[in-house]
Design a protein around this ligand. Structure first.
Ligand SMILES: [Zn+2]
Length: 93
């Protein structure tokens, strides 16, 4: 008779363990889903531009606009008398 109770206890323990595992797996599946979607939306909000000097792509907000072209850093601006002194303003024609 004691063996039946022992067997019942083992079965209940296994069922409880499986349910705990399923619940924790469900939480792991549900939690990360909203994060990539919102990150994708944030990335899509700002268009990417290409540096006219080295060709690297960067968000338009981080780029330096100069004569209709974009540059990743001031040192990539074309040399010459046109280089502005304070220069990160957009001076498109
Ligand atoms: Zn560059």
């Amino acid at each position: 008779m004691a063996r039946i109770f022992l067997l019942l206890a083992v079965v209940l323990a296994v069922v409880w363990w499986l349910r705990q595992r399923a619940a924790s797996r469900h939480e792991h599946d549900a939690a990360p889903r909203p994060a990539p979607a919102s990150r994708k939306a944030a990335e899509a909000a700002e268009p990417m531009v290409q540096c006219a000097q080295c060709g690297v792509h960067l968000p338009r907000g981080d780029a330096i606009a100069w004569h209709g072209l974009h540059y990743c850093r001031r040192s990539h601006l074309p040399d010459g008398p046109e280089v502005p002194g304070q220069g990160e303003s957009d001076t498109r024609p």
